[in-house]
Design a protein around this ligand. Structure first.
Ligand code: 5AD
Ligand code: SF4
Length: 451
C-alpha cells in the first residue's frame, strides 16, 4: 500500500507540474514515504534524514518531508527532533500533498498534518489518479483496520476500516483495463471485511470484476483468517479470473501465543480454512506471515509454528522477528524473548519454509506455465519479469519487450528459492490447467468433514 500511496503522491505532484528527479542532491523536494510496522523501518527513516542534512545545509530552499505511518506516529515531535525537516504528514494526507507543499514553499511554514478521517462514515472515495496503466496494477479498496492485534501499529496509524464503493472501484478497473492492464490486485490491510458498514462485500466485488472484459487476473491482499468467509473461499476455483493464490498470515502456530496476540482464531481453525481452500481449489498456492519471538513464546510454542510451516507447505513466506511498537498492547509485556533466541528461531522457520519452496520451485523445471509479462527485468539484460498464476516471479528469456502486457507460455528451465527462470516458447498460451508447481509436499491430514 505504501508503493501505491507513493505513486499516488507522484500523480498529484505531476499534475501540479513537478517532474521526477532521482538525484536527491538535485531535487527541490524530497519526500520520504515511511512504514512504522517495525522498529527497523523507523530507524532507516531517521538515518536517511540524517544523510539529507548536509544537502539541506547546501540548499536551504530544498524541501524535505516525511509522509506515511512514521509521520502519523511521530507527528510534531519529528519536526522538533529534526530541524531540517519541513513537512510531516500521515497516510491519509496522500491526496493533500500538493496543498501541504504549497504551505511550505509559498508560505514558508513548517507543516504537520496528521489529521485522520473521523470515523463518521465507513465509506471513502479515492478515484484513480494514473497517467498510464501497467500490465499489473494495485488498487486500494479498503484502508485501516478494526482488529487490534496486540503487536500491531496499523490501527493506530491508518485508523478504522473504511471502504470505497464497488461502483467507484469498477470504474477504476475499467479505466486501467482500457489502458492495457491485465491483472489487478486489490489492496487493504484487512481486505476480507471490505464493505463493512456499506452493505457491499468483497465477494461481490470479485464477481463484478470477473465480468470485466479484458481483465484477466484478479488477486487481493491481505486476508485475515477469522474474516475469510466461505463465500470468499468457494470463489477460488469457481471464479475464473481469481488467481489460485492466497496470502493468509497465521503469525504463530501456538494457540497460547495467538491468544496473546488477539488474533481471534486457533491453529485448528486456521487449518480448517486451509482444508476448505484446497477443497475448493486443490492447486491453490498459499503464502503467509509469521512472527517469531513474541513475548512469552517458549520453545514448545515455537515448535508449533514450525510444525504449521511443514504441515501446510507454503509457497511464500514473510517472516519477522517481533518488534515492540510503542502504544500497542503488547508493548509493555514482559518475558521478552532474547534477540539471539528470536534470531535462531527466525533461521529455523526460514530453513523449513525454504526447503519446501525450493522443492516446489525445482519441481517446476521442465513444465509450462501461463505467465503475465509485467516489465523489462530490472536486472537488465535480455530478461523480462513475469508472474505465474500462483504468484511466482519468473525471469523470462527469449521474449522481446513487445511481450510486455501479454500472457504467454513459458517453459521453466531453472529455479532457485526466490524465483524461476524460463523461456517464452512462442506457443499459444496454455489453458489454466497448471498453476502451482507441485502437489502439497507434506499433505495436510484431512479432517473427517473433508476426507
Ligand atoms: N513485529 C513484527 N512483525 C510485525 N508485523 C506487524 N507488526 C509487527 C511487529 N510489531 C508483521 C505481521 C503482519 C505483517 C504485515 O507484519 O506478520 O502480518
Ligand atoms: Fe495489524 Fe493485520 Fe492485525 Fe490489523 S489484522 S491489527 S493490520 S496484523
Amino acid at each position: 500500500m505504501n508503493v501505491y500511496d507513493s505513486e499516488r503522491m507522484g500523480s498529484v505532484l505531476r499534475a501540479k507540474g513537478f517532474i521526477a528527479e532521482p538525484d536527491l542532491a538535485k531535487a527541490d523536494v524530497v519526500l520520504i514515504n515511511t512504514c512504522s510496522i517495525r522498529d527497523k523501518s523507523e530507524h532507516k527513516v531517521l538515518s536517511l534524514l540524517g544523510q539529507l542534512k548536509p544537502l539541506k545545509a547546501k540548499n536551504p530552499n530544498k524541501v524535505i518531508g516525511i509522509t506515511g505511518c512514521v509521520g502519523q506516529r511521530m507527528g510534531r515531535s519529528l519536526l522538533q527532533r529534526v530541524p531540517h525537516l519541513d513537512l510531516v504528514m500521515g497516510p491519509d494526507g496522500v491526496d493533500r500533498v500538493g496543498e501541504l507543499l504549497d504551505e511550505v514553499v509559498l508560505r514558508g511554514r513548517r507543516v504537520v498534518d496528521t489529521q485522520m478521517d473521523p470515523v463518521k462514515s465507513r465509506q471513502y472515495s479515492q478515484p484513480l489518479l494514473r497517467e498510464k496503466s501497467r500490465p499489473n496494477e494495485f488498487l486500494t479498496i479498503i484502508k485501516g483496520c478494526d482488529h487490534f492485534c496486540t503487536y500491531c501499529i496499523v490501527p493506530f496509524v491508518r485508523g478504522r476500516e473504511k471502504s470505497r464503493s464497488i461502483a467507484e472501484i469498477l470504474t477504476d478497473v475499467e479505466k486501467l483495463v482500457a489502458g492495457g492492464t491485465k491483472e489487478v490486485t486489490f489492496l487493504g490491510q484487512n481486505i476480507n471485511t471490505f464493505g463493512k458498514g456499506t452493505s457491499e462485500t468483497l465477494a461481490q466485488l470479485i464477481n463484478a470484476s470477473d465480468a470485466i472484459s479484458g481483465l484477466e487476473r484478479i488477486r487481493y491482499v491481505t486476508s485475515h483468517p477469522r474474516d475469510l468467509g466461505d463465500d470468499l473461499i468457494t470463489q477460488f476455483g469457481s471464479v475464473e479470473k481469481l488467481c489460485p493464490a492466497l496470502h493468509l498470515p497465521f503469525q504463530s502456530g501456538s494457540n497460547r501465543i495467538l491468544k496473546a496476540m488477539a488474533r481471534l482464531y486457533t491453529r485448528e481453525e486456521y487449518l480448517v480454512k486451509i482444508e476448505k481452500l484446497r477443497k475448493a481449489c486443490p492447486d491453490i498456492a498459499m503464502s503467509t506471515d509469521v512472527i517469531v519471538g513474541f513475548p512469552g513464546e517458549t520453545e514448545e510454542d515455537f515448535e508449533e509454528t514450525l510444525a504449521m510451516i511443514r504441515q501446510v507447505g507454503f509457497s511464500g513466506l514473510y517472516l519477522f522477528k517481533y518488534s515492540p511498537r510503542p502504544g500497542t498492547r503488547a508493548f509493555g509485556l514482559e518475558e521478552l524473548v532474547p534477540d539471539s533466541v528470536a534470531g535462531e528461531r527466525f533461521d529455523r522457520v526460514h530453513a523449513a519454509a525454504y526447503e519446501i519452496i525450493n522443492r516446489e520451485n525445482q519441481a517446476a523445471i521442465g513444465r509450462h506455465y501461463p505467465c503475465l509479462i509485467e516489465s523489462v527485468d530490472r536486472k537488465g539484460g535480455d530478461y523480462l519479469m513475469a508472474r505465474t498464476l500462483s504468484n511466482k516471479v519468473v525471469h523470462v528469456l527469449n521474449a522481446g519487450p513487445a511481450c510486455v502486457g501479454k500472457i504467454v507460455d513459458v517453459e521453466i528451465v531453472d529455479a532457485n528459492q526466490s524465483n524461476l527462470k524460463g523461456y517464452y516458447t512462442g506457443a499459444p498460451r496454455p489453458e489454466r490447467t497448471e498453476t502451482t508447481p507441485r502437489k502439497i509436499p507434506t499433505p495436510l491430514p484431512l479432517s473427517p468433514a473433508f476426507a
